[in-house]
Each structure stands twice: as C-alpha cells, then as structure tokens.
Design a protein around this ligand. Structure first.
Ligand code: ADP
Ligand code: MG
Length: 315
C-alpha cells in the first residue's frame, strides 16, 4: 500500500555533530492527501523538509519523490514539486508577474506556458491587483503569497511547505490559509505536505496528520482518527435553557451516545463513531424539541489533547 506513494521517507536520519535532529523517520504520504506535519519547535520538521527539497543532505536514509530518490537525482525528484521551505529570497525590484516569469524560465518552462500560467496564478494567490508593483513595497504576507505562487508554477504534483503562515499577522495568516484551502480544487492530482505548529490550522486544512518530536514520528493517520483515537468524540450541545434530568436522559439514550453531562446550558456529549453516527445524532437532537441552538464538534480541542499527550509522552 505504502509503496508508490508520491512521498516516501525511509529511515531518514540527520545528525548535527553528536545531536540527532531526525531519528530514523519513515513517513509515506498518500497521493492526493493534504498532510499536516505537526511538532513543537526543534522537533525536526524543517530539517526533514530541507532534506526533501535537497537543501541539505541526510546522514542516512532516503527520500523518494514521485518514485525518484532526491539524493541520487535531485533534479528529477523535484521536477514536479513546488516548495516554500526556507524564507524565500526574491529580487525586491521585480514585480510578482516578473518573479513568476523568472521562476518559470529557471525551471525550464516554455514561454507560452509561463505567460498563461502567470495570469492564473496571480488570481490564485490574490496578487492580480499588485501584479506590477515591486516586491520591495510588499508586506510579509504579500511576499508569502508570491512565494506560494512561484511554488505553483508548472502545475506541481507535490507541494511542500514549511510553516507557511509563520510570522504573519492575523490577516496575512487568514489570506494564506484561504489560498491553501483552495489548492485542491485546482487539481485532482496534488499531494501537499505542510509543517505547522498551529493545531487549528492543521485541523482546518489537512485530512491527514503526522506528529513528530525529537526527530521521531509519533503518529500518522487520518485527522478524524487522531482527533478521536478511541473512536469517541466530544460534542458541545448548547440549549436555550439548561436541560432537565429527563431531557439529559433522552440524550444519553440516543444511539452511540457514551455519556452526556450538562453545565448550565452547555451539555458535553461523548459520541462513539465517525461522521455518519455524528450526522444521525445531530438529526435526532434537532427533532427532540429541547431548545437546541448549537452543536459543535470539538475537533480542534481533540487534536490539541492528542498532540499534548503524545508530545508529553515523548519528552
Ligand atoms: P523544527 O523545524 O521542528 O522546529 P528543526 O528541524 O529546525 O526543527 O530543528 C531540529 C533540531 O535540530 C533543533 O534542536 C535545532 O536546534 C537543531 N538544528 C537545526 N539546524 C541545525 C544546525 N544547522 N546545526 C545544529 N543544530 C541544528
Ligand atoms: Mg522549523
């Protein structure tokens, strides 16, 4: 199953002197997934991504991108790969349009492809308005959008991003996230691997999550499973008035409900199962006439509790 995935990291190790930053890491990233690589500062995320992009050599182990070993044939391996890994250094006297043309020429694109793609990408990264302004006048968030744009040149099949919203203000972050959210609607053959230490960002964008610490992989799974490792998810039901004992018993008696406890007009419900069970629960609650006005899946909180547990265990 794992063989032939677009990203195959096998027994990867990176030592800085006697310090091991990446410790026999193996990770196979499924085609068409959007995978979040989470981990605290110093976990080894950037080191891993730099080795993947041939910006650094591994001590041992290998990375294959689209089946090609990065160390053996970096040009071939990175052919269909767009990256934003180290803070990109662009020529500040160039405009976004000129930057994309320059990058297109560097990677050997044909002139017609460069000009047709440049227009599309300016739209995708919301840079149309500033296409002829010099990068030197741009905010950090705008420069990051240009960086994303250059990564999209020549229609890559793999995109690798190292903390794409790091250091941006809230508006810059939201704009970059929106661009990332749209990525998958442009192509049905795109695999994204993105590091982050922002849990809700990963919860928002990714369908798979890998958590690493001390250079080791702690978990790699569907985000729904990482959120609810024992198959139980927490849902907050908010009602106009606090629920009576009788109403609480009705909730507890619904299929797949493990427990229901209330605190004022918020009721914490533990529900076993995935989206289909959750859907059935939602529909039944709406039919109960208990003044329900909000049902929230605490997915972000669940990811946080799994993350904190795993990272603590690995310390
Ligand atoms: P992350 O991106 O997850 O924060 P990094 O890959 O940047 O982690 O770093 C992993 C570990 O390797 C950290 O402890 C860091 O201090 C160390 N490290 C990174 N680069 C170097 C280097 N050039 N020389 C020595 N140690 C380094
Ligand atoms: Mg880093």
């Amino acid at each position: 199953m794992s063989h032939g995935n677009p990203i195959e990291i096998t027994d990867l190790r990176k030592d800085y002197g006697s310090f091991t930053a990446v410790d026999d890491l193996s990770l196979s990233v499924e085609k068409n997934s959007f995978t979040g690589l989470l981990g605290p500062n110093g976990a080894g995320k950037s080191t891993t991504l730099k080795i993947m992009c041939n910006l650094m050599r591994a001590t041992s182990g290998s990375v294959r991108l689209n089946g090609i070993d990065v160390a053996d044939d970096p040009k071939g391996a990175l052919q269909d790969v767009g990256t934003v890994v180290e803070t990109p250094e662009f020529y500040l006297y160039l405009t976004p349009r000129e930057t994309f043309r320059y990058v297109g020429e560097l990677i050997g694109m044909r002139r017609e492809a460069i000009s047709s793609q440049t227009d599309e990408i300016l739209e995708k990264v919301k840079m149309k308005e500033w296409e002829d302004r010099k990068l030197g006048t741009f905010s950090k968030g705008m420069r990051q959008r240009v960086a994303l744009g250059q990564a999209l040149m020549d229609d890559p099949k793999i995109i690798i991003l190292d903390e794409p919203t790091s250091g941006l203000d809230p508006r810059g972050m939201a704009e970059v996230r929106e661009i990332l959210k749209n990525l998958r609607s442009y192509s049905d053959d795109l695999t994204v691997l993105m590091s982050s230490h922002i849990l809700h960002e990963v919860g928002d964008l990714c369908d798979r999550v890998a958590i690493m610490d001390h250079g080791r992989l702690l978990v790699h799974d569907d985000i729904g499973i990482v959120n609810a490792p024992d198959g139980v998810r927490n849902i907050t039901l908010t009602t106009l008035e606090p629920l009576s004992q009788e109403e609480l018993d009705m909730i507890s008696g619904l299929p797949d409900v493990v427990s229901a406890k209330n605190n004022g007009n918020e009721t914490a419900v533990c529900l076993r199962g995935g989206p289909p069970e959750q859907n059935r629960f939602f529909e039944q609650v709406v039919g109960l006439d208990i003044g329900a006005y909000s049902l929230a899946d605490d997915a972000g909180d669940a990811l946080e509790s799994t993350y904190l547990r795993l990272v603590k265990e690995s310390r």
